[in-house]
Every structure is written in structure tokens, then in C-alpha cells.
Design a protein around this ligand. Structure first.
Ligand SMILES: Cc1ncc(C[n+]2csc(CCOP(=O)(O)OP(=O)(O)O)c2C)c(N)n1
Length: 561
């Protein structure tokens, strides 16, 4: 005898499987079918649910939680339009290597191939942006969920889609027998196959031979006089960060960090040598190295340009990097901190790098991100410096656009995942929902969301989510009334600026209309005092800083050449 219609159904089993996998919260936009069953089962099963205003916003929120927790995220959407609206969020998880369970409603078996209304081929739709796509059956929903979770987390992490019809969610639960089958069952033909040859093998167990550095790599490390760490997204664990910091200090090995690896080696470390994008700004650092030790490095984070550096690359990561862009001389795959212990043992004493030299190289890069601009106007890098002065130590999220350049070079990150950014996909509309997802996982300190005005307009409805959930998010809008990054590219080609002007917005009215504490400022002094005044506010705050984009072209030139 059950006390409600959901207990002992597949919906409850699915929610229990998500909780066992470490999912902390479910995000989504429901439809009437299986999503309603899942939300009810989540309520009864102790998994909180947060309504987002778009499906992609829900995926970004879940992704942010997954990035900072290390456990998978999960989101739900209805069939047809809901699934279609999820695609950008799923693509982001794919290219940013984030384990994400994507659960969509679908037509029941007897209506597939019969009804056209809202009926899209979800499996083919998600095949290009997910590691795999599954369809749960009434008899094995629990098992399919376990398979989906294993596929999302095995090897190189990524999103996995599962179609679940209401006849499945409401069916009584079948017991789940047997072991998990990674990458397994019901991958419908090509839909479940891996789009780009992503390797889903589990890393070998600790201590296995594959954890040891190849002999040739050991020899290179022994010989290197100027080794340089290239730290990437898969090094974002406390253990890897601790190992890297200790080797850097003991052997004088500087580190370039990718956007997603900001904080693994903190910006205020003596061995922080800059940000790696495959652009021009970090080139003087690369040029002085004689060996690159890539740690958790995934070239998905690089600008799509040829890698022109002649030095050998030794790559260390939790999964093999399959790519053509950066030639890798030797590769060690497995437990990163353990492999780093072997690196530590190979490196001979202190390198030829000096702390003064690294400090000077880093200072030059920071100076290039603070060029002169319109006199009297508030400049983007001033905004970053002023916000950092008040929120130093906070986590930040960053959107795509020209404002991203000063933020990524100047924001002081202290911890792995201290900065969340969509870098593999580089999508707009990420910073606000990601900040909400992160704040829901950790309310202990405010989180700063840096966004352009264009990027915020793409996800404006999530201001309502921030208010409803009462999260301590500080939304800093770098308001330049334009899609500046694209406008610069128009100017470079001698084009007019059609299609990149946004016009003025009354951001204070927009923010207060949604129920936020909101301010619009145009000077450094006003920004500083408004940040200080609102710092203790427990809920969301929006501060639009009217900035001059006059520094962006020079910043972009310095960064990318
Ligand atoms: C979803 C999406 N659409 C389009 C783009 C291309 N794009 C990159 S930056 C940018 C302009 C961003 O404008 P804004 O948010 O105002 O930031 P700004 O460049 O002005 O700092 C555009 C359109 C993108 N990255 N993502």
C-alpha cells in the first residue's frame, strides 16, 4: 500500500539514482508529462527542484553545480520545444567536459511514429551535442539511469540525454540488478555513438602501470631547465591544485592557466605566469620555456589557431586528449596528483626561472589589459579592479564578450573552479544562470556574475529565478550599449556597425522590476560605494556599470595579436 502515487514508481527510482550519483538539485522547465512525475518524485525523494526560465538556463545552472561539486548535474525538460531549447546548454556541457544528466519527456511507445505534434527525434537532435542518448523503458528505467550516469562520468565527462515517457515514470519500479554497464544499453544506433571519438574508458586504477610517466617523459623532465605548466580544465580538483602549487614552489615552475583553470594556481602566486588562450599575450612566457608540462589540458579551450610552439609537450590528465591541434610528445593518463608526484621526483632541484622574471612577465600581461581609454569615462578594467577590491576571494562567473578579457586577466581567482566560464563553447547567456546554480550549491559567500548587456538580455528571465531563490548573486553588467566584441570585428573589416547596437537600457528599472536591489553607476566612486553599500545584502543585487568600450580594441589586439 503506497501513501502517494509516485513512491515505488520508476520516477522515484530515477530520482534515487540521481541522488546516489551526487546530484544536489534538479533544474528545469516542466511540461505536463513525465517531467511533472519527476518533480513530484524529487520533492518526495528529498532532491530540491529549481524552476529556470529557459531550458538552457536550467542546463547552465546544473552544469555550474556539477563543476563545483565534481558530481553530475541534472536537468529536466518537456518534449519537443523543451528539448529543442535545451540544445545550447547541452552543447556547453559537451565542450566544457561537464557530466550532465539531461532528462526529457517523450511520446509513449504507442504514439511514436503516429503523432507529429511536438514530436521531434530527440535521439538525433542530441546525438551531436551529447556523449550518448538513451530511451528508458518501463522495465529498466533504473538500469538505464545508472548506465547514463556511468556514461556521463566515465573517461572524459560530458552530457548524456535520456528520453523518459510518462508511461515509464508512472510504471511500478523494477529492481535494478547487476553491475553498471558503462556506455551501454539502448544507445539507439548511431545516436548513442560518440560524435568525435570521445574516449569513455575509465582511468586505470591507482598504482597501475599506466599511471607512471613514460620513460621518455621522465627523461625530458630531468633535462628541462625551464619547464612550464600549461594547466587546463581537468586539473580543477583540490588535490591536483595542491600538487601543482607545491611543485611550482619547490622547483620554480611557472604556470599558465586556461580560462577554466583560473585559480588552480592562484593569480597571486609567485608562479602564476598568465592566462593561456593560444593568443599573443602569453607568447613571451611560452617562448622562454624549454618543456611544456600540460596538466589536465584540453585544447578545446584554445583559440582555433595552429599551435606554433616548437617545444615538446608532456601531457598529464585523467583521460587521453584526442586532438590534432597540439602535438603531444608523451602522455600519461590516470590519477593526476599521483602522476604529479612522479613529475616532482623527476624535476632536478630548482629550474632556471626566477620569481622576479615571472612576476615581470605577469605584470606586463596585466598592464596590457589596463590600457588608456576615453578620458573621464569608467573603463571595463577599472570595473574589474574595483569589484575585486570588494569581493576578493569570491567565486565569479563570466559571460562571452569583450568584457571577458579584462575579467579573465585581472580577476584574482584563488581556488579551482573559482571562476566559471563557458570556454569550450563560449556561449553568451551563461554567467547569470551559472551564478544562480553555483550560489544554490554554496550560499556561504556572494558570487559575482560579470556579463555584457547583450549576454544578460539573453537570459534576463533568470533575474526572476535569482529573486525567487533569494541567492547572494552580484550581477555586474558592463553596460556599453553594444555587442562590443562583434563591433570590433566589424571595425577590423571596415564594416559599418549595423546589427551590433543595443541602445540604452534603464537597468535600475529592469532590476527593481524583477525585485532585485539594482543600481546604475557611471563613475569609479559611485561603483565603489554602491558595492560597499550592497555587500551585506543577503539576496541578489544588480549593478550596471556604464562603461566606455574604448579600451576593447587595444585589449583584443594585445590578447590575440
Ligand atoms: C549564444 C551566442 N550567440 C552569439 C555569440 C557570438 N558573440 C560572442 S560575444 C558577442 C557579443 C557580446 O555582447 P555583450 O554581451 O554586450 O558583451 P560585450 O562584447 O559588449 O562585452 C556575440 C554576439 C555567442 N558567443 N553566443
Amino acid at each position: 500500500m503506497t501513501s502517494d502515487p509516485i513512491t515505488n514508481t520508476n520516477a522515484a527510482v530515477i530520482i534515487a539514482a540521481l541522488r546516489r550519483a551526487g546530484v544536489q538539485r534538479l533544474f528545469g522547465m516542466p511540461g505536463g508529462g513525465s517531467t511533472a512525475d519527476l518533480i513530484e518524485a524529487a520533492r518526495l525523494g528529498g532532491l530540491p527542484f529549481t524552476l529556470a526560465q529557459t531550458e538552457t538556463g536550467a542546463a547552465f545552472m546544473a552544469t555550474a553545480q556539477a563543476e563545483i561539486s565534481g558530481a553530475p548535474g541534472a536537468c529536466v525538460a518537456t518534449l519537443g520545444p523543451g528539448a529543442a531549447s535545451l540544445v545550447n546548454g547541452v552543447a556547453n556541457a559537451m565542450l566544457d567536459r561537464v557530466p550532465l544528466l539531461v532528462l526529457t519527456d517523450c511520446l509513449p511507445d504507442d504514439m511514436r511514429g503516429v503523432a507529429d505534434h511536438q514530436n521531434l527525434p530527440h535521439d538525433r537532435m542530441f546525438a551531436s551535442v551529447a556523449k550518448a542518448t538513451f530511451r528508458a523503458a518501463a522495465s529498466d528505467a533504473g538500469r538505464v539511469l545508472c548506465d547514463a550516469i556511468a556514461t556521463a562520468t566515465d573517461g572524459r565527462p560530458g552530457p548524456v540525454h535520456v528520453d523518459i515517457s510518462p508511461e515509464v515514470t508512472l510504471h511500478s519500479a523494477a529492481p535494478v540488478h547487476g553491475a553498471l554497464r558503462p556506455g551501454g544499453q539502448s544507445l539507439p544506433a548511431e545516436a548513442g555513438s560518440h560524435r568525435d571519438g570521445a574516449d569513455t574508458r575509465r582511468p586505470p586504477p591507482a598504482g597501475a602501470a599506466a599511471h607512471r610517466l613514460p620513460a621518455a617523459a621522465m627523461e625530458r623532465l630531468r633535462q628541462a631547465r625551464r619547464p612550464l605548466f600549461l594547466v587546463g580544465l581537468a586539473a580543477r580538483t583540490q588535490e591536483a591544485a595542491a600538487a601543482l602549487r607545491s611543485i611550482a614552489a619547490a622547483h620554480h615552475v611557472p604556470a599558465l592557466v586556461t580560462y577554466k583553470a583560473k585559480g588552480v594556481v592562484p593569480d597571486d602566486s609567485a608562479w602564476w605566469a598568465g592566462v593561456l588562450t593560444n593568443g599573443a599575450l602569453e607568447r613571451p612566457v611560452l617562448d622562454r620555456a624549454d618543456l611544456f608540462v600540460a596538466v589536465g589540458f584540453d585544447p578545446v579551450e584554445l583559440l582555433p589557431r595552429l599551435w606554433t610552439m616548437p617545444q615538446p609537450v608532456v601531457s598529464i590528465g585523467p583521460w587521453p586528449i584526442r586532438q590534432q591541434q597540439v602535438p603531444v610528445a608523451e602522455e600519461a593518463t590516470g590519477d593526476v596528483p599521483e602522476i604529479l608526484r612522479a613529475v616532482d621526483a623527476c624535476l632536478a632541484g630548482r629550474s632556471d626561472w626566477t620569481a622576479e622574471e615571472v612576476a615581470e612577465l605577469a605584470a606586463r600581461q596585466r598592464a596590457a589589459m589596463r590600457p588608456d581609454g576615453d578620458t573621464g569615462a569608467l573603463l571595463p578594467h577599472e570595473v574589474v579592479d574595483i569589484v575585486a577590491g570588494v569581493y576578493n576571494g569570491s567565486r565569479a562567473t563570466v559571460d562571452a564578450g569583450a568584457h571577458m578579457f579584462p575579467v579573465m586577466s585581472l580577476w584574482p581567482a584563488h581556488d579551482p573552479c573559482g571562476v566559471l566560464i563557458s570556454n569550450g563553447l563560449s556561449t553568451m547567456g551563461f554567467a547569470l544562470p551559472a551564478a544562480i546554480g553555483a550560489a544554490l550549491a554554496d550560499r556561504s559567500r556572494p558570487i559575482v556574475a560579470f556579463t555584457g548587456d547583450g549576454g544578460l538580455l539573453m537570459c534576463l528571465g533568470e533575474l526572476q529565478t535569482a529573486v525567487r531563490e533569494d541567492v547572494p548573486v552580484r550581477i555586474i553588467v558592463l553596460d556599453d550599449r553594444a555587442l562590443s566584441l562583434i563591433r570590433i570585428k566589424q571595425a577590423q573589416r571596415g564594416y559599418a556597425t549595423d546589427g551590433t547596437g543595443l541602445g540604452a537600457m534603464d537597468w535600475r528599472a529592469v532590476g527593481t522590476g524583477f525585485g532585485l536591489v539594482a543600481h546604475q553607476v557611471a563613475t569609479a566612486a559611485a561603483l565603489r560605494s554602491c558595492l560597499v553599500e550592497t555587500a551585506a545584502h543577503p539576496g541578489p543585487v544588480l549593478i550596471a556599470a556604464t562603461v566606455s568600450p574604448s579600451t576593447y580594441p587595444e585589449t583584443l589586439r594585445a590578447l590575440r595579436g
